[in-house]
Design a protein around this ligand. Structure first.
Ligand SMILES: CC(C)(COP(=O)(O)OP(=O)(O)OC[C@H]1O[C@@H](n2cnc3c(N)ncnc32)[C@H](O)[C@@H]1OP(=O)(O)O)[C@@H](O)C(=O)NCCC(=O)NCCS
Length: 441
């Protein structure tokens, strides 16, 4: 669809969510939320939950975008609901050394089935990223519902996650003793501040971790279900190191009994947050020791999970599923590369292609004493004058250090004449510890 035809058919409107005098979503906010619910097959929230959600959107300082049909058919929801929805807000991404970079976090991307493939997503994405650049963001981020949508817009899959199951009967004892003590607490106690302070410590030390949306917390801590109703049957426990009163890890979980005599009873982890490796190990050991249960399931596991090595029988651990988690889109190469720590010093020149044009150019990265400085050598892709050539999506994929440049070279996505170049970049980008993302948005 040409730009003119698009503009004849749709009006793009940017606004902030808000409430009316009674605290209910105002008309524009209500229509937009209805459209997102339709896109993600979610039931429309009741009044109380809708008001709470808007409070969270305001707290997170959301900007919303709606693509509105200019001439709705009679009776169609187009009269009040946008045909396309899109949101963004600030979200810091941790480098794991206590530093972070602010990202333009993108969410709630939907297009009404009747209006698909007419360029609504492309228009909303282009509008949002241009606005992000104007507002000073050096990077955008998102979590995706499908793996094939976002690369064309320069996003690379930077961190993956695993859904795992551990069978209790073969898991314990662990091969090495754990330390500290575990105590069962109530979700309400955890919500009194302890849970969030543990997350802050986890976030600061974990490469790839991102701060959470306000609306995530009541669910993660076991107070509310995803439907906004009080959560039923969520339990909580915390870990403290030996000789300390300070909580350094917590877990929330629920148990579902097997439907038949032959089916497994399953304990599902709702949230597992750890500021130390000891807390992670001890909380797993605790979960695996709970009786009247067959399997522990965790859908937010990281690659290279130390539990595999710790288990009495490593075959108690099964990966049920693995997929992309956070996608990153570099908008300003010098600022992004200068913001992260490096494990090894060195110099490399990178030629970056970018179909949307934000970052196209050739850049020299010099790392000295673990800090990078970047100069833009030319505004062109100078393949001959560079050590490495890659698309901006693959630069995003590499950034956290979870995806190796050598892997991308093997996949044909990163090109280098000298194989030492991807190896040097891999060494430079080695993260402080295994990246782990437990934040959805
Ligand atoms: C995914 C979705 C937002 C696409 O919206 P759309 O307005 O139809 O997309 P556009 O017409 O702007 O297409 C943009 C490009 O993406 C491609 N594309 C669109 N949807 C795609 C999909 N599901 N998978 C792969 N490619 C897709 C188009 O082919 C087009 O490619 P091109 O520009 O290179 O030719 C829409 O299908 C949708 O709402 N899906 C359900 C909700 C969802 O999955 N949201 C994503 C949440 S992370």
């Amino acid at each position: 669809m040409s730009n003119e035809a698009f503009d004849d058919r749709y009006e793009l409107r940017e606004f902030a969510p808000g409430t009316d005098d009674q605290g209910a979503p105002n008309a524009e906010t209500e229509g937009w939320m209805q459209a997102v619910g339709l896109g993600f097959h979610e039931p429309h929230p009741g009044d109380e939950h809708a008001a709470r959600m808007v409070g969270h959107f305001v707290e997170d300082d959301n900007t919303w975008l709606g693509a509105y049909v200019r001439h709705p058919q009679p009776g169609s929801v187009d009269e009040t609901w946008p045909a396309g929805t899109f949101a963004w807000f600030h979200k810091a991404l941790s480098w794991g050394d206590g530093s972070s970079i602010d990202t333009q976090a993108i969410s709630a991307v939907t297009v009404r089935p009747t209006e698909r493939r007419r360029g609504i997503l492309r228009r909303m994405m282009t509008h949002a990223l241009e606005r992000g650049v104007a507002d000073g963001y050096a990077m955008a981020s998102l979590t995706a519902s499908e793996g094939t949508i976002y690369r064309r817009f320069g996003f690379g899959s930077a961190i993956r996650e695993r859904a795992v199951r551990v069978r209790r009967d073969r898991a314990l004892p662990f091969l090495a003793p754990t330390s500290g003590t575990v105590a069962v607490v109530t979700p309400e106690w955890l919500a009194g501040g302890v849970g969030r302070s543990v997350f802050d410590r986890f976030n600061a030390r974990t490469p790839g971790s991102m701060v959470r949306n306000a609306g995530t917390w009541p669910v993660a801590l076991g107070l509310l279900g995803l439907d906004g109703e009080p959560a039923k049957g969520v339990r909580a426990a915390v870990h403290r190191p030996d000789g300390s009163d300070e909580v350094d890890g917590y877990v929330t979980w629920r148990v579902a009994e097997g439907a038949t005599r032959d089916s497994d009873t399953v304990l599902t982890i709702v949230d597992l947050v750890y500021a130390t490796d000891e807390a992670y190990l001890s909380l797993w050991e605790f979960l695996l020791s709970i009786d009247l249960n067959d399997v522990v399931k965790y859908s937010r596991s990281r690659l290279d999970d130390p539990i595999v090595a710790a288990l009495g029988d490593n075959r108690a651990y099964d990966v049920e599923h693995e997929e992309d988690h956070v996608w990153l889109r570099v908008l300003d190469v010098p600022r992004v590369l200068a913001s992260r720590p490096y494990a090894v010093d060195g110099s490399l020149t990178l030629a970056v292609t970018d179909a949307l044009g934000f970052t196209t150019g050739t850049y020299r990265l010099d790392v000295l004493e673990g800090r990078g400085s970047v100069t833009r050598v030319t505004n062109d892709v100078d393949a001959a004058g560079s050590d490495l050539q890659l698309d901006v999506a693959d630069l995003g994929a590499l950034l956290i250090g979870s995806v190796s440049p050598r892997t991308l070279a093997s996949a044909g996505l990163l090109r280098a004449v000298d194989p030492a170049a991807p190896a040097l970049l891999a060494a430079m980008l080695t993260p402080l510890r295994t990246p782990h993302g437990i934040t959805y948005f």
